[in-house]
Design a protein around this ligand. Structure first.
Ligand SMILES: [Mg+2]
Length: 166
């Protein structure tokens, strides 16, 4: 269980991810979390920096799907202006939304990366299906809701467990 919480790669932000390297390694599809991965949880719209990054992602040839556990209103209002497909109320880490995203992009598990800020949803869900996983540092931890804070506490425990049992 704990092994599945460990990402294949860490990055401080999405902008620190080496996209060219992912492409060289055969990655063709990006499943990305929204809140605290692309923008802060309380930020409604994409920032100019993010729009620029998404342009770069598309130019390199990647397909992208936003997969979020948040509700439709939040996710659609964010994703529609960007013309990026999305899955809301995704119930990560369960498999369904990830499978749906692979179908949308027409990529295999081996060709797909999951980018997110939470081990218990993004990383665990991706690892369970054999996707490549990248954990980013959450953008705005203080803006987060109650359950997310509990998740983080469990993550901390898991991290301690992992470092003690290496
Ligand atoms: Mg998140």
């Amino acid at each position: 269980m704990f092994k599945k919480l460990v990402p294949r790669q860490f990055a401080q932000t999405i902008y620190d991810i080496n996209l060219e390297e992912l492409w060289r390694n055969g990655i063709r599809g990006i499943i990305t979390d929204l809140d605290n991965t692309l923008v802060g949880a309380k930020v409604a719209d994409a920032t100019p920096e993010l729009i620029n990054w998404l342009g770069n992602v598309k130019q390199l040839g990647f397909k992208v799907v936003i997969v979020s556990n948040n509700q439709e209103l939040r996710v659609s209002a964010f994703a529609l202006p960007l013309s990026i497909p999305f899955i809301h109320a995704a119930r990560k880490p369960t498999n369904n939304a990830f499978r749906k995203a692979l179908a949308l992009m027409d990529t295999t598990a081996e060709q797909t990366v999951v980018i997110g800020d939470q081990m218990l949803t993004d990383v665990l869900g991706g690892n369970r299906l054999g996707l490549y996983t990248i954990l980013v540092a959450p953008i705005a931890v203080n803006d987060e809701g109650f359950f997310t804070r509990i998740n983080r506490r469990i993550e901390k425990l898991a991290n301690n467990y992992i470092s003690k049992n290496k």
